[in-house]
Design a protein around this ligand. Structure first.
Ligand SMILES: [Zn+2]
Length: 431
């Protein structure tokens, strides 16, 4: 075990040395007490391939082979485990490469020959403890760990951003021979997402089909909701460019289920609109437990200008083809961050056409008031780099980056996705 521990530390150090141990909060979060102000302007970054460190996958046998840790399942990232004595363990979680946003995605299984109580310290490469642990006995149904089992170490300061997160965390677990899953967020891997796509595809007006392969040759799937014959208005919806951003995915899922639902509004809407959805933009990242990047080591949401990565190219090629016959009237890209926030494009650059986005946000906020409606509009269209700008500039659709908080309650996410769908359907039908 000592040998493995040393090797893992060695890997970690070589990675951090290679990047001069650079702090990775390159998107400085502005903040104030009244609400989350969002990130600043995105710097232009190259999107040609960069090396990615795939994790070693296997089982760690510790404490005289009485306690086991494993990362042998999709969605995990666990890069090292050490036994510190007295039923205390330390795990390391490292990023696929650096610099990277601080989204330390961890997931592991732990079990023991005999029932016992253990303490596990979570520690991260160049990050703090952003994600509150979720626990599961089947790898599917996760609940937040009981607060009595969680101890923040060196609590952070302020209300938002990585500096507000504790430096690390200790969790106590009662384990036995049946594996317990611990994960940063619920595990919506490519196979779990595909089950949802397949179930939606049971509806007669829902089709799904491949639109290309990811870097690691996973199939990217697109859902098409289409039961109209004459009109050619279309919506483009995407999510999970960033693997740990599960709350954005959950809101998107509810948004799409509402549009595909049985309400009079949804039925009328579908007679006039076709909806295209790419629910999992980064399947390699999701299955490998990446903090942010694809298997090309790139933040996909910086590649909508140069299209160096297959995932963005697949969607670009799809849109270019569909734009020949469809009029795109709305686009949304679902993400997660420190709090719920909208990133629209300012009407100073989109004019009357872009106003629908702001009317929509106002209508959602009226029905679902939150402590504060966080909006951070951008007035720059060039370079496109991010999906929403590409959608607007190249395909003329009013578009938004729709962000949900990491810790936004799951029932609220569902409700917000539903309300957002209802309000955009109403506005588009008034047009
Ligand atoms: Zn994101």
């Amino acid at each position: 075990m000592h040998i493995k521990r040393l090797i893992l530390i060695g890997i970690w150090c070589s990675m951090t040395l290679a990047t001069s141990c650079k702090k990775t909060t390159e998107t400085a979060e502005a903040e104030e007490k009244t609400g989350y102000q969002g990130q600043g302007k995105s710097p232009v970054v190259p999107t040609v391939d960069r090396p990615v460190q795939k994790q070693w996958r296997g089982v760690w046998a510790l404490n005289d082979s009485t306690v086991y840790f494993s990362n042998q399942f999709d969605g995990a990232r666990l890069n090292g485990v050490a036994y510190d004595g007295n039923d205390h363990y330390t795990i390391w979680v490292t990023a696929e490469n650096t610099p990277i946003n601080v989204s330390p995605w961890y997931a592991f299984q732990v079990w023991s020959k005999e029932p016992r109580d253990i303490t596990v310290q979570l520690s991260y490469q160049d990050s703090r403890s952003r994600y509150y642990p979720k626990i599961s006995t089947d790898g599917r149904n996760f609940t937040p760990l009981d607060s009595t089992q969680f101890k923040a170490i060196n609590p952070g300061e302020g209300e938002f951003g990585i500096q507000a997160a504790p430096e690390s965390a200790e969790i106590t677990l009662s384990i036995n021979e049946k594996p317990t899953w611990i994960s940063a967020q619920e595990l919506y891997t490519s196979s779990v997402v595909q089950e949802w796509v397949d179930s939606l595809g049971q509806k007669p007006f829902v089709q799904h089909y491949p639109i290309g392969l990811s870097k690691e040759k996973r199939t990217m799937h697109l859902i098409e909701i289409n039961e109209n014959t004459e009109t050619q208005k279309a919506l483009m919806i995407i999510s999970r460019q960033h693997p740990p951003e599960v709350t954005g995915f959950l809101a998107m899922k509810s948004f799409i289920e509402t549009i595909a639902g049985d309400s009079d509004l949804a039925q009328a809407f579908r007679k006039e609109h076709t909806i295209f959805v790419v629910p999992l933009m980064n399947p390699d990242g999701a299955d490998n437990g990446h903090w942010r990047h694809n298997m090309g080591g790139i933040d996909l949401n910086r590649d909508w200008q140069n299209f160096n990565q297959p995932e963005t190219r697949n969607v670009r090629d799809f849109l270019v083809e569909k734009d020949k016959t469809y009029d795109f009237v709305f686009g949304a890209d679902f993400h997660s961050t420190w709090d719920d926030i909208y990133y629209p494009i300012d009407t100073t650059v989109t004019g009357k056409k872009g106003k629908i986005i702001f009317d929509w946000i106002a209508n959602i906020s009226k029905r679902l008031p939150q402590k504060k409606t966080n909006i951070s509009a951008s007035d720059e269209l060039d370079p496109t780099m991010v999906s929403s700008k590409y959608f607007y500039v190249n395909h003329g659709m009013p578009a938004i980056v729709f962000e949900l908080g990491d810790n936004t309650s799951r029932p609220f996410l569902k409700e917000k996705g539903k309300v957002a769908a209802e309000e955009i359907m109403k506005l588009l039908m008034e047009q």
